[in-house]
Design a binder for this molecule. Structure first.
Ligand code: HEC
Length: 151
């Protein structure tokens, strides 16, 4: 009896070791019902348009972030296209997870393009795209990170 249970313990430890750090992947946390997760439909309908929108005095996110090497990267638009197709959107949704951790308010996606005075990072190569947290587009990004679903 005693022997059997210690065996089970060893087996459990071994399997943990084998799984390695990837067991802490965000995707796994997000799959539990208690923690927020990123919603693809919300991303496609609400978030991608934010990346395509022109803000006065700024270049659009899509202009830099399809070409530069920043951790935030988007798929290039097809020639002549003004938005992403389904397959490209799916890919964008995977790529965004590098800068959007579900439920984490400090995610780079929301903090980096936000003005420092409003609680954002001091420097962004693309400028202070959002001067305050009241900006509706910023609120869309924030809602997405916090797990908003399309209604
Ligand atoms: C003029 C080009 C330009 C535009 C437009 C731009 N960015 Fe950036 N962005 C950069 C550059 C360059 C970096 C890498 C250097 C840095 O961290 O600022 C970057 C980095 C980032 C990062 C990654 C930060 C990190 O360290 O993980 C995020 C997130 C980001 N930008 C979000 C945005 C969003 C959202 C928009 C649109 C609202 C936007 N950017 C528009 C140039 C741009």
């Amino acid at each position: 009896m005693k022997r059997a249970s210690s065996c089970a313990l060893v087996a459990a430890c071994l399997s943990l070791l084998a799984a390695g750090p990837s067991t802490q992947a965000w995707s796994q946390q997000a799959s539990s019902t208690a923690s927020p997760s990123l919603d693809y439909e919300f991303f496609k309908a609400k978030v991608e348009p934010v990346f395509l929108a022109k803000r006065p005095g700024h270049a659009r996110c899509v202009v830099c972030h399809t070409f530069n090497n920043a951790p935030f990267h988007l798929v290039r638009l097809s020639p002549g296209a003004t938005t992403w197709n389904e397959e490209q959107s799916r890919r964008n949704f995977e790529l965004i997870q590098k800068v959007a951790q579900p439920g984490f308010e400090g995610s780079k996606l929301v903090v980096h393009p936000l003005a420092e005075e409003a609680g954002g990072d001091p420097h962004h190569g693309g400028g202070q795209q959002f001067t305050s947290k009241n900006d509706p587009d910023w609120q869309t990004l924030n809602a997405f990170v916090l797990g908003a679903k399309l209604k």
